[in-house]
Design a binder for this molecule. Structure first.
Ligand code: NAD
Length: 507
C-alpha cells in the first residue's frame, strides 16, 4: 500500500466470530487495516484458512435446526432487542466505520440509520413470512403454501458500507430462520465484529450469526462449500459476475449486486439550485465511493449545461476535504492509496481522451504523504466512448455529458452497461413520467438524487449491476432467503382406497 507506516507491535487483531466467540485465527495469511485519514495501519485482520472455513460452516449448520424451529415471533423479539442495542451503539459504530473507511461521522451515522430500517422491517417477519391458504380446492381438499428457510447462507460485502450492506442481508436472513456467515470486506472489518457482539447481547443463540474474515480464497471456499445454501454478494461487477457463476454452478441460490455508473438528467426547466445541491452531495459525498453515487450529469441542452457549470464548478473547487472527524469536512479520504492512484489515472485518461477538465482534484493531494485524500474533479464534454464514461471510477469525479433532448438522455442511459440507479431533475410531471416509464434502470429518482429504496421496498439494479433474480432486502429479501412449499391436504371421512391412474384433478 502507498503512504503507509506500520506499527506492528501496537495494532490489535480483528477476530473472526464463530459460535458466539471471538477467534483470533490460526492462518498465516492476513491483511492490514488502514486509517485512510492518516495512512497508518490500525489493525491486522486474519484471513480464514480452509479448515477454519469448514469449522465455521459446521457451526452454522449445527445451529440451523434449532433456529429454524424457533417461532418467528421469538426471532422477531431478538431482532427488536438488536435494533435497540444497535441504535444505542450508533456513535461507537459510526466512529469505527469512519476510522476504517474514512467517511465523515455524519455519513457513517446515516448508513447505520439506513441499516436500522432493515432491522425494523425484519421485525415484522411473523407477518411477512405468512403463506397462502385455499379451502376446498377440490371437494374436501385444502391447499396452502409456506415459506421455509434455506439453511446456512453467506453474505459477502464491500468496503464502502461496512455496516449498512451487511444489514441489508443478515436481519432478513436471520428473521426467515437461516443461519448466517458474513464475510465482510477485509479493508474495514471491525464494524461486523461489533454487530456480532450486539446480536449476542440481544439473545441470538450462538452459531446463528458468524463472521469469517478473508479475501478471495475465503469467498471461493464459501462458493464451493456444499453446506452453504445461498450467497448474497455486494461488490464490484467483475467479482459479482464470478460469484454468481460459481455459486450457481455449485447449486446455490445467488444474488450478486455489482458496480454502477449512475446518471442524473437535468432538464432545462429544473430548479438548478436544487440540482446543484443534489449533485454535490450525490457525486462527492463519501468521496464518490457509493454504488448509488451520481457520476454522470446529463445536461439537456447547451444552455442548461452552461448554467449548471456556472453554479457547480465553484462549489466543487470549494469542497472541504479533510479528516472525517472534523465537523466541517464534506469529503474524507479514499479507502487506500492504491485506489487514489487508480482514480487519478482515470482523471489523466479523461484529459487525454479530450474531455474538458473544469476542476482538477489532484493538485496538493495526488502524491501527498499521510492520508489518502483527493479533491473533487469535474469534467465537461464527456463522450460515451471515453473510459471515464464507460467505467466505474468510484471516486470524487463527476462528468457532464451534453445531450439535445430527453429522448437522447434516455437512449444514452439505456445503452450503458451499468443500470443501478438514475435520477431526473425537472418541474414537468409529464417529462418525469416519460422518464420513469422508459428508463431501463433498477432504481429511479424524480428530483431525488440517491433513490436508495427504503427497507420495505427492495434494492437492486439491472444489467451489469445485478446478477440473479432477486433484489435485496424488503419482500424480495424474504423471497430470496426462503423457499416455497405448496401443500395439498385431504382428510377424508371415509378413505377412498381405489387407486387413480389418471393425473389427479380436483373433483
Ligand atoms: P470488491 O468486489 O473488490 O469486493 C467485494 C467483496 O468481494 C469483498 O468482501 C472482497 O473481499 C471480495 N473479493 C474481492 N475480490 C475478489 C475476487 N477476485 N474473488 C472473490 N472475492 C473477491 O468491491 P469493493 O471494492 O469492496 O467495493 C466497491 C464496489 O462495490 C464498487 O464496484 C461498488 O459499486 C460496489 N457496490 C455495489 C453496491 C450495490 O448495491 N450494487 C453497493 C455497494 C458497493
Amino acid at each position: 500500500m502507498l503512504n503507509s507506516a506500520r506499527e506492528p507491535a501496537a495494532v490489535p487483531t480483528v477476530c473472526h466470530w464463530v459460535g458466539g466467540k471471538a477467534q483470533g485465527g490460526t492462518a498465516d495469511r492476513g491483511g492490514d487495516v488502514f486509517n485512510p485519514s492518516t495512512g497508518r495501519v490500525t489493525a491486522r485482520v486474519p484471513f480464514a484458512s480452509a479448515e477454519e472455513l469448514n469449522a465455521c460452516v459446521a457451526v452454522a449448520q449445527a445451529a440451523f435446526a434449532g433456529w429454524a424451529g424457533t417461532p418467528p415471533l421469538r426471532r422477531s423479539r431478538i431482532l427488536f432487542r438488536f435494533r435497540q442495542l444497535l441504535e444505542e451503539a450508533g456513535d461507537q459504530l459510526a466512529a469505527v466505520i469512519s476510522r476504517e473507511h474514512g467517511k465523515t461521522l455524519s455519513d457513517a451515522r446515516g448508513e447505520i440509520v439506513r441499516g436500522l430500517e432493515v432491522v425494523e422491517f425484519a421485525c415484522g417477519i411473523p407477518d411477512l413470512i405468512k403463506g397462502e391458504y385455499n379451502e376446498n380446492v377440490g371437494t374436501g381438499v385444502d391447499a396452502y403454501s409456506i415459506r421455509q428457510p434455506l439453511g446456512v447462507v453467506a453474505g459477502i460485502t464491500p468496503f464502502n458500507f461496512p455496516a449498512m450492506v451487511p444489514l441489508w442481508m443478515f436481519p432478513v436472513a436471520l428473521a426467515c430462520g437461516n443461519t448466517f456467515i458474513l464475510k465482510p470486506s477485509e479493508r474495514d472489518p471491525s464494524a461486523s465484529a461489533l454487530m456480532a457482539e450486539l446480536l449476542q447481547k440481544a439473545g441470538l443463540p450462538d452459531g446463528v450469526f458468524n463472521v469469517l474474515h478473508g479475501d478471495r480464497a475465503a469467498v471461493e471456499g464459501l462458493l464451493q462449500h456444499p453446506d452453504i445454501a445461498a450467497i448474497s454478494f455486494v461488490g464490484s461487477t467483475p467479482v459479482a459476475r464470478v460469484v454468481h457463476r460459481e455459486g450457481t454452478l455449485h447449486g446455490k441460490r445467488v444474488q450478486a449486486l455489482g458496480g454502477a455508473k449512475n446518471h442524473m438528467v437535468i432538464l432545462p426547466d429544473a430548479d438548478l439550485d436544487d440540482a446543484v445541491e443534489a449533485l454535490l452531495g450525490a457525486a462527492y459525498g463519501s468521496a464518490g465511493e457509493r454504488c448509488m453515487a451520481i457520476s454522470v450529469a446529463v445536461a439537456v441542452g447547451d444552455a442548461c449545461a452552461d448554467r449548471l457549470i456556472e453554479r457547480l464548478a465553484p462549489r466543487v473547487t470549494a469542497l472541504r476535504v479533510g479528516p472525517p472527524t472534523d465537523a466541517g469536512t464534506e469529503m474524507g479520504p479514499l479507502i487506500t492509496g492504491e485506489h487514489r492512484r487508480k482514480v487519478c489515472d482515470y482523471i489523466a485518461g479523461g484529459v487525454d481522451e479530450g474531455a474538458r477538465l473544469l476542476v482538477d482534484g489532484r493538485p496538493g493531494y495526488q502524491d501527498a504523504p499521510g492520508g489518502f485524500f483527493l479533491g473533487g474533479s469535474l469534467f465537461d464534454r464527456v463522450q460515451p466512448q471515453m473510459r471515464i464514461y464507460k467505467e466505474e471510477i468510484f471516486g470524487p469525479v463527476l462528468g457532464i455529458v451534453r445531450v439535445p433532448d430527453l429522448d437522447a438522455a434516455i437512449r444514452l442511459i439505456n445503452t450503458h452497461p451499468y443500470a443501478n440507479g438514475t435520477a431526473v431533475f425537472t418541474r414537468s410531471g409529464a417529462a418525469a413520467r416519460a422518464f420513469t416509464s422508459a428508463i431501463e434502470v433498477g432504481m429511479v429518482g424524480v428530483n431525488v438524487p440517491l433513490p436508495v429504496p427504503v427497507a420495505f421496498h427492495s434494492f437492486g439494479g439491472w444489467r451489469n449491476s445485478l446478477f440473479g433474480d432477486h433484489h435485496i432486502y424488503g419482500r424480495e429479501g424474504v423471497r430470496f432467503y426462503t423457499r416455497l412449499k405448496a401443500i395439498t391436504q385431504r382428510w377424508p371421512r371415509e378413505l377412498d382406497k381405489k387407486a387413480e391412474f389418471a393425473m389427479p384433478t380436483m373433483k
